[in-house]
Design a protein around this ligand. Sequence first.
Ligand SMILES: O=C(O)C(=O)C[C@]1(C(=O)O)C=C[C@@H](O)C=C1
Length: 269
Amino acid sequence: MKIGYLGPQGTFSEEASFRYFSDATIKRIPFPTFLDIFEAVQEGEIDQGIVPIENSIEGTVSVVLDGLQIYSDVFIQGEMILDIEQHLLVLENVELETLKEIWSHPQPLAQCRNFIRNLNVKTRSFDSTVAAAHELIRSQNKSVGVIGTSWAAEKLRLHMLASNIHDFPENHTRFVIVRKGEYVSEDAKKTMLLITPSEEHPGVLVNILNVFSALELNLTWLESRPTKKRLGEYQFFMKIEEGLPSERMQKAVRILALYGHSVRVLGSY
Ligand SMILES: O=C(O)C(=O)C[C@]1(C(=O)O)C=C[C@@H](O)C=C1
């Protein structure tokens, strides 16, 4: 089985793939961006992909929601939570005072925003933490620090100038496992939905939320993304702590459809 992850080797995404897929026959394939993973899943080039969807400090990884919006044959078949530790990596003999720039993926840059602000340096975004580390090694730039994993420090022989630099002690990222084709597990405990309201009118979100509340369905995640058609028009991503096969969930989906809302089941696992 082929699994796609955000490469190159040594990213948090690769670590998540090792935690979730323990089978030794799994072939892990690195991709440069999250949307490349979605595309490869949709094209059938890989069987599954693992992508981060939200972080406890920085919140939603919006490009992953866009992937779910755009690639309509791609569904969620599971999730896992990874503890995240961010470290400051530099070349040999570099001091904190000499740093002028910090490089990383946008998510780690945001998870360490206060730390970076105190350094009074510029930031530069890369496709992944490890892509930033490779560029540091290539450029041999002693005024640059990279935020990344302890794997990168060890394997790429970078010096760890500061450890656990994320702004809040609790730092966890939720990853979802995506595949081609609808996925509803019989003993599912969670459901992810993408709801497009029938039309914009006052109270439309309350109308949707009331359906879940009336059926005592526990909503644990709600995120809105623009439809990208008109300013102020949104779609809602929701996570419900109940499997789709349950009577209550079936009822909720039926009622939402009766109200004219479009409901796409992104997966139930
Ligand atoms: O750059 C990496 O190492 C990644 O795997 C990406 C990523 C992310 O996009 O959120 C994954 C988990 C962490 O939250 C930080 C970075």
